[in-house]
Design a protein around this ligand. Sequence first.
Ligand code: AMP
Length: 428
Amino acid sequence: MIAKIKGTNDILPQSVGEGIFVSQKWQELEAAIRKIAENFRYEEIRTPAFEYTELFVRGLGDVTDIVQKEMFTFVDRGDRSLTLRPEGTASVVRSLIENALHRKQNVNKLYYIGPMFRAERPQKGRYRQFHQCGVECLGSDSPLMDVEVMLIFWQLFRSLGLSGLNLVINSVGCAECRPNYQAELQSYFSDKLDRLCSDCNDRYGRNVLRMLDCKNERCQSILDDAPPIEGNLCESCSSSFDAVRRTLDMLEVPYTVSARLVRGLDYYTKTAFEIIHNGIGAQGTIAGGGRYDGLVEAAGGNALPAVGAAFGMERLLLAMEAEGVNQRLHHGVDFYVVALDETRGAESFKFLNELRCAGFCAEMGEPGRALGKQLKVAAKVDARFALFTGGAEWNEGTLVVKDLAAQQQREISVEGDYLEELAAMLQA
Ligand code: AMP
């Protein structure tokens, strides 16, 4: 047998063991995403799963971990270097420029859902093919939009029933003020390098800000004492960061400021944020994002301020599982037709079809199969009601309806408007 590639997942119709992703949960999560995106008036964009490598090298920065170590890059038959997208923002920006979306409206609010690919060491919550939902607001430099992007995810996660969430924010400055801070960090770390891990030493020369991100135990106290960026921010970055904090305070969204929050990607400016879940261990960061005022210009467009974020759908589902909130999303079958008479299967099937045409989720047992066995299947698919066709009552124009949770039975006439009666029973 040829097995799936390490770090990828099948999403199956049902769970067949621990750590399996179930398609119904994905559909429900996607429906919740689409609903909240619509409420915030973000429109969907779908871009290709692979792009020219150059797009990511330029867009993410060639000193980032993603570009240096994690991209799935290959040469195609025409000798061009292509890369499976490791994230969504660079492609959205490319598409915005290529299709001149920014000329059609000043502010474009977009969202996407789709698979991303990174050659990382697989573990729970970290995969080589994973899925992200991202939102991007392009064309506005208002700090209110920074907060809007945070709120979409915050409200989505809360509406799904999650509570163990922390919103962490910081400012990473901009091209004007960040170099001063980088110099300050470099001089702070210069006499401590022998006490820091090899990753930190490596980052010291090529991306000193990223040292703050190190998770190695032995580096923590030195990193905690590193000077914060706050004092180095220019007027524009500092007033924007103040406005973000004031707005979050006003909206009563709890958050913490962490001087150690730096995003891995070069194009971030000003606000950076993460939403962390405290119940899923090492891979607890569900969402990350921030402002990237420099990217559109770096990718070949006009200067255009922008802010965006993405969350990992696998990690979100793992967090929901850890909190036991999955049930809230679950809707089983509305009506399970128990077809008692083998010779009248087609009649039951016609009835089943009427239920489906009326918009109900309906399923039918094998006509004539033992009653107990059909009811067992009904319970397995989590049906709310069993409807009996083909028996004595059915012959007299009566439908027997059994509430499977309450184990109560009642009869309704199939001559009247029984579909409305059934709908009312579901609402009750
Ligand atoms: P990033 O694009 O690195 O800011 O990641 C945003 C979110 O995507 C993270 O917070 C994770 O939830 C998710 N994510 C990133 N990399 C992976 C991965 N290798 N496997 C699963 N989820 C990931």
